[in-house]
Design a protein around this ligand. Structure first.
Ligand SMILES: [Ca+2]
Ligand SMILES: [Ca+2]
Length: 310
């Protein structure tokens, strides 16, 4: 069940809005809510919408907000519309299928939730506890949190900024022009990234990471003390940034070159931290590096040691 406080969950909302704006065509059987005439998922603004559609969307957004905390309960939501604000799921398994111009602050609550969302932009989605399935398409995706549980998170966008699989063995499949601040979080995660600019981390646990870089500059993976044994495949040169084990931790906590044992062989590089189980094993697609065996060197960047592998 879901206490999804959307105007679209109100069967009367559409007719109220249509009455207000004088559309003569009555479609009581259509429960998908007002649909902007020219809405396009590839657009994150109101371009192409009539003034009337824009006004309706604003009202829908307002109603949605006002219904927050209401009594409406549904087990599934299928919506198409304008601006989604402050949507709240329940602790049961919610199923949500939505199209929107933009969505902000969506909290799925506990339970094994499924959300299929296509929007111009989506910011602040908390999947909460449970094994959640997130299929998200938006030009701009920001602050997506899988929460506890083994989540399956699939995202496609242009800018994907701030993704955390959080606890659990998560599967993250992300494509975007820029993928920034992505982490698998705790747990043994499987992470597949396709993008022009990639900055990511597996987080704690033994992670399997696949990098498909389409840009001119190398992808960058961060690795913190205690991050476990990661296995990485990359289709191009890679940078590994050694960071402190968490925000607020002293930089002295980060691994330094003298603590690392590096072994290069044909198409592969292994990095082991002395005196711990931390290790990164990287396999490179054949022929993408300068030589058969990767060459590598450390640089100091903003106080971090970064291993450039070419
Ligand atoms: Ca998770
Ligand atoms: Ca992890």
């Amino acid at each position: 069940m879901i206490g999804f406080n959307a105007s679209y969950a109100l069967s009367d909302a559409r007719s109220y809005v249509e009455q207000l704006f004088g559309r003569t065509q009555s479609t009581p059987a259509d429960k998908t809510g007002p649909q902007p005439a020219s809405w396009d998922a590839s657009s994150d603004n109101s371009e192409g919408l009539t003034h009337r559609d824009q006004a309706i969307n604003k009202i829908i957004s307002l109603i949605w907000t006002m219904q927050h905390g209401g009594e409406q309960q549904q087990s599934a939501i299928n919506q198409t519309g304008g601006y989604i604000l402050d949507a709240q799921g329940t602790d049961e398994a919610d199923e949500i299928n939505m199209k929107a111009i933009s969505a902000f602050n969506v909290d799925l609550g506990g339970g094994d939730d499924t959300i299929n969302l296509k929007a111009g932009s989506l910011a602040a989605l908390q999947a909460g506890d449970g094994a959640d399935t997130l299929n998200l398409t938006a030009r701009y995706l920001a602050e997506i949190d899988g929460g506890e549980g083994d989540d399956a998170i699939t995202m496609a966008g242009e800018i994907v900024d701030g993704v955390d699989g959080n606890a659990g063995d998560d599967v993250l499949k992300v494509s975007g022009r820029a993928i920034l601040n992505l982490t698998g979080g705790a747990g043994n995660d499987t992470i597949q990234l396709v993008g022009e600019r990639i900055f990511a981390a597996g987080g704690a646990g033994d992670d399997t990471i696949s990098i498909t870089s389409k840009g001119a500059r190398p992808a960058e993976l961060s690795f913190a003390t205690g991050d476990g044994k990661d296995t990485v495949t990359s289709n191009g040169p890679l940078d590994i940034r050694f960071t402190a084990s968490g925000y607020g931790q002293a930089m002295a906590d980060a691994l330094t070159p003298d603590q690392l044992e590096i072994t290069a062989s044909d198409g592969a590089l292994t990095i082991r931290a002395r005196g711990s189980d931390d290790a990164i094993t990287i396999s490179f697609t054949s022929g993408v590096l300068q030589d058969a065996a990767p060459s590598y060197s450390f640089v100091l960047d903003n106080g971090d040691y970064v291993l450039n592998i070419r």
